[in-house]
Design a protein. Structure first.
Length: 243
């Protein structure tokens, strides 16, 4: 079975993966999760959080075991795993594949904000409702807006609990571009969510047309398929990991 490393998205922490992690482990996979800098139990000051800091944390996780990993990024985590995969491979590491779960997939020089600003990104409820303040800027989402953006198809109790675990998000990570080798050979797969109000489905379909994507699956649910359609999400990740 596979070694799977799950990388959370903006505002979230590793606990968002708990249900999917347990289910994947029950199928024989070895699953690792981590809190990105400034999230969850990680104590990095928010003003020190950058996209590169996120990527460096993931690279450290990949280096912690010699087995090539299936690297999975959700939402903003797609930006993170893109940079981390390039950094890790350029340093001589080996990866099995990278899976984008309703996630941003940039080219060299692109930022999350660049991708979110494409015409296909219209209707993004995160960019529309995030409240930003401070210097460097930090964003927060109200519970109401978080549930609407991320968890619209979840059981209400699940959605409420998930929203209450969210934290502040350093905005610098949204505006910093990746610095990668576009020609690097990486096997990628994509999971589209068909009722997504955080990363609109039309933008996901555009991103999933990337030349390196070898397989696409779709779940007719909200941005957080690992919570709203856990079994279906795990079925897809399990199948992809065995490919």
């Amino acid at each position: 079975m596979a070694r799977i490393v799950l990388v959370h998205g903006a505002f979230h922490e590793k606990s968002c993966w708990d249900g999917a992690k347990a289910s994947l482990e029950s199928r024989g996979h070895r699953v690792e999760t981590l809190d990105l800098p400034g999230h969850g139990a990680d104590t990095t000051p928010l003003e020190q959080v950058t996209l590169q800091a996120y990527a460096d944390r993931v690279v450290d996780q990949l280096k912690s075991d010699a087995e090539p990993a299936v690297l999975v990024g959700h939402s903003m985590g797609g930006m993170v795993v893109t940079q981390a995969a390039d950094d890790f491979l350029s340093g001589g590491g080996e990866l099995s594949q990278v899976i984008y779960a309703s996630a941003f997939l940039p080219e060299d020089g692109q930022s999350l904000v660049d991708l979110a600003g494409l015409p296909e990104g219209a209707g993004d409820m995160v960019q529309a409702n995030v409240q930003v303040s401070g210097e460097p800027p930090i964003g927060v989402l109200s519970t109401e807006h978080a549930i609407a953006a991320f968890y619209g198809e979840c059981d209400p109790a699940v959605a409420q609990a998930a929203a209450e675990r969210l934290g502040p998000q350093p905005i610098l990570a949204f505006v910093m571009p990746v610095s990668i080798d576009n020609s690097r050979q990486i096997t990628r797969r994509y999971v589209i969510t068909g009722k997504d109000k955080a990363l609109p489905t039309p933008l996901q379909r555009k991103l999933a047309q990337h030349a390196s994507i070898v397989e696409v699956a779709e779940i007719d649910t909200d941005h957080s398929a690992f919570l709203s359609r856990t079994d279906e999400f795990v079925d897809i990740i399990d199948r992809f990991a065995r490919s």
